[in-house]
Design a protein around this ligand. Structure first.
Ligand code: DX5
Ligand code: ZN
Length: 233
């Protein structure tokens, strides 16, 4: 099958322009409002990693922080719940300013009810797959989702190395989305920098989470521009 710039596959993949979602996990929390205001003009949504010390061996931030930063930006909040019972907190998350909630398929192998609960709370809904979770586990549920997130590192920590082997799973999600005529966003999360973003784009991602490669750079704005340049956007 042709994969060149005139193929149907290429056209479908390029239909949605790339969006950058900086992960505040890598920001300086003492200056969080300033960090967000700095990148706001050049990014598309804000990725917020919530960790509970149970689903992942790390604790990050919760609703008071989300509520505080809601006052400094109008960016949509993409809330990645690395917790064992995220569904107990959908209303507080929405009240704090969350727009989209993503939960792990490893926590909800049958996510039909949790998707409905998220929507009842006024949130958009997505599913996240850790690296060992196979494509087949998500396929029946892709149509439930506003977003599917392929972890390109093991969830839990920023600053890890990109796992190229997760891209074949991302390609399969892209193929399903396009062949079913869906508009589902496909996000890649973990280890995205100027050297890895291109392979994630080629695999079919349209939303790119990046923490370390944005907030740990001397100029976060220039870092975002470099990420876009690396995929010709
Ligand atoms: C990891 C988080 C990621 C993380 C990405 O558990 O889900 O969102 O912040 O950080 P980098 O871009 O540093 O890999
Ligand atoms: Zn994340």
């Amino acid at each position: 099958m042709s994969r060149g710039p005139h193929s149907a596959e290429y056209t479908a993949r390029m239909r949605k322009s790339a969006r950058i979602a900086p992960s505040i996990l890598a920001a300086d929390f003492a200056r969080l409002g300033d960090e967000i205001r700095t990148v706001e003009p050049v990014v598309d949504l804000l990725h917020i990693d919530v960790m509970d010390g149970h689903f992942v061996p790390n604790v990050s931030l919760g609703f008071p922080v989300i509520k505080s930063i809601r006052c400094v930006t109008d960016l949509p909040f993409d809330c990645h719940m690395m917790t064992t019972n995220p569904d107990a907190y959908f209303e507080p998350l929405r009240e704090a300013g969350g727009d989209l909630v993503t939960v792990h398929l490893e926590v909800f192998p049958d996510p039909v009810a949790v998707a409905a609960r998220a929507r009842e709370a006024g949130l958009r809904f997505g599913l996240v797959l850790n690296p060992p979770t196979p494509y087949e586990a998500v396929e029946p549920y892709i149509e439930l989702c506003d977003m599917v997130v392929i972890m390109s590192v093991h969830a839990g920590f920023g600053g890890q190395s990109f796992m190229t082997e997760t891209m074949s799973k991302l390609e399969r999600v892209r193929k399903y989305v396009d062949s079913a005529g869906l508009t589902t966003d496909i996000e890649v999360d973990g280890g995205i920098d100027v050297t890895t973003i291109r392979s994630a784009r080629e695999a079919g991602a349209d939303v790119f989470v990046a923490g370390t490669s944005i907030f740990r750079e001397p100029s976060p704005v220039a870092a975002v521009e470099s990420l876009r340049a690396a995929i010709g956007q």
